[in-house]
Design a protein around this ligand. Structure first.
Ligand SMILES: [Zn+2]
Ligand SMILES: [Zn+2]
Ligand SMILES: [Zn+2]
Ligand SMILES: [Zn+2]
Ligand SMILES: [Zn+2]
Length: 300
């Protein structure tokens, strides 16, 4: 009888011990668990998604490819996917996970296909051809075009492009022949003028003057120095919105010059800010030399 009583209390004690251990486990699990940023549920420490609402919980990892990323990054440089599900990639506005179109700018969550080159884009300017894809992007472009530094930049980029098309003299004879031709042209023009009874004191010089290879290279380098200086002055400061920095930088990009985007995040060279995980830290366009292609982290 006494044994039986003892057995019962032993069983009870056992049950209580088990219960308290379960409680303990639950408590430590809650202490080590991952709190869902959206609904507050405490999930298992190694949970990937919230058990209640399905929110992605591992902030340091890309939900698309599993690469390690900065918790503040909205773009994965490893798999080139836009990863935020509650922020519009085009304008930076917050939206609901269920929204297919951004309530702020009206752009689709799935991206925009560039009408010019057919590239699928997550951001407001085409990462391939630079074309503005949204109304906001076109407005940004208009605003940037009003800036004096930008006007100067475009003028010098244009001059540089003209130098790029200019052919230098190949040889010394080449140069002499050209001078003879210039001389002949001058005499013909003077004769024609005399024929019409005019006095031609100044013969108009042809618009594009040929120069030697060395002179041309020097002229080009001078333009590139001026461009680099202007791009430095146009460097983009930090901004809380990565969308703003991407749009602003893309609007600034002058055509016809080989450029890369140098970010302040890792000082990496990207083909554009569309390939950077944290453009909100600012950055600038830099001019590329002839053999620097391999340094670009390309975003195809
Ligand atoms: Zn949740
Ligand atoms: Zn990824
Ligand atoms: Zn938007
Ligand atoms: Zn395009
Ligand atoms: Zn970067």
């Amino acid at each position: 009888m006494a044994d039986e009583k003892n057995l019962i209390s032993e069983q009870q004690l056992q049950r209580e011990r088990t219960l308290s251990r379960e409680n303990e486990i639950q408590q430590t699990q809650q202490a080590n668990g991952v709190r869902c940023p959206k609904c507050g549920t405490i999930n298992e420490p190694d949970a990937t998604y919230c058990a209640l609402c399905g929110t992605f919980l591992r902030t340091g990892v890309c939900p698309n490819c599993g690469s390690e990323i900065d918790p503040d990054a909205d773009f994965c440089e490893a798999c080139h996917h836009y990863i935020k599900t509650d922020v519009c990639s085009f304008c930076g506005a917050s939206f609901d996970e269920q929204d297919v179109y951004c309530p702020e700018c009206g752009q689709p969550r799935g991206g925009i296909v560039c009408p010019a080159c057919h590239t699928l884009n997550d951001f407001s300017f085409c990462k391939q051809c630079g074309r503005p894809l949204t109304e906001q992007a076109r407005e940004m472009l208009q605003r940037v075009r009003q800036m004096p530094e930008y006007k100067e930049l475009i003028a010098i980029a244009q001059e540089y492009n003209e130098l790029q098309m200019q052919l230098p003299y190949e040889t010394e004879q080449d140069k002499e022949r050209d001078e003879e031709l210039q001389d002949l042209r001058k005499r013909v023009l003077q004769l024609l003028a005399k024929d019409k009874g005019l006095q031609l004191d100044v013969v108009p010089t042809p618009k594009r003057q040929r120069v030697t290879k060395e002179e041309l290279a020097e002229n080009k380098n001078r333009k590139l120095d001026q461009l680099a200086d202007l791009l430095n002055r146009l460097a983009i400061p930090e901004d809380p919105s990565p969308a703003t920095v991407r749009n602003y930088a893309m609007a600034q990009r002058p055509a016809g010059v080989r450029l890369a985007w140098k970010c302040n995040y890792k000082n990496a060279l990207h083909s554009s800010p569309c390939g950077c995980a944290k453009p909100q830290m600012g950055g600038k366009w830099v001019i590329l030399g002839h053999n620097s292609k391999q340094d670009i982290k390309d975003d195809k």
